[in-house]
Design a binder for this molecule. Sequence first.
Ligand SMILES: C[S@@+](CC[C@H](N)C(=O)[O-])C[C@H]1O[C@@H](n2cnc3c(N)ncnc32)[C@H](O)[C@@H]1O
Length: 261
Amino acid sequence: MLPKNKIIHGDCIEILKTFPENCFDLIFADPPYNLQLPKNRKLVRKDGSEVIPVSDQWDQFESYEDYDNFTQNWLKECQRVLKPTGTIWVMGMYHNIFRVGKIMQDLGIWFLNDVIWVKIDAMPNFNGRRFTNNHETLIWAVKNKNCKNYTFNFELLKKMNGGEQMKDTDWNFAICRGPERLKDENGIKAHPTQKPLKLIQQVLLTASNKGDLILDPFLGSGTTAVVAKALGRDWIGIEKEEKYLKLANNRIQGYGNEQQK
Ligand SMILES: C[S@@+](CC[C@H](N)C(=O)[O-])C[C@H]1O[C@@H](n2cnc3c(N)ncnc32)[C@H](O)[C@@H]1O
């Protein structure tokens, strides 16, 4: 029996191996970016305040080869557990998404679209040495080339778009801030890469239906689980850091209570 609507603590590669094949309707994966700043280099805003980058241990890899091996291992398992009618969404930035995309294609995962999340309020490039990095990419794909009957809620999206076909692959959403952003007792971001609810809501509305089973192998602060719960989907999340597991569990339980008030 699959542990539905629960977060499993551990390494997703090991945990994914315990799932039967073809059991998930949608996989949303927001993996480590391999986004490592050179040691001791600080990013400073114009007002002198420091930008806190993603420097957590979970984002550290020895080399590109190390990152690629890790990526191949979790993607291979995701491909195995994805239903032929399901789709996988993998998001990333220019640091990692091209490597991730190549590995997906080498595994035979078949691309449907690349969706661009345009961050309408992205942080500017402070030192003025390149453009503002104002987007992330979501690769939307099926298990293999033969999977034609995947879920795409064309009619629902059309309704949501005032009767016009929803055809754009650039999605405009603000980054996660304000009351939605989880903070710790010192007012510091509780998770460094919390994604906006609206972005994941759009993914789930596009490619899943009520009662479907959603997997997030890198659950982090629990965003996918919160959206899945709100939209009546079942979900399973995997997270290897205990502090994020607790954060996500509190968030998901709190969300349910908020809804009942
Ligand atoms: C980019 S973050 C995901 C953020 C999430 N989408 C959110 O909105 O909060 C990646 C998460 O994957 C976790 N992680 C990294 N490697 C993992 C692994 N091998 N197995 C399970 N979780 C892992 C990290 O601890 C981190 O919380």
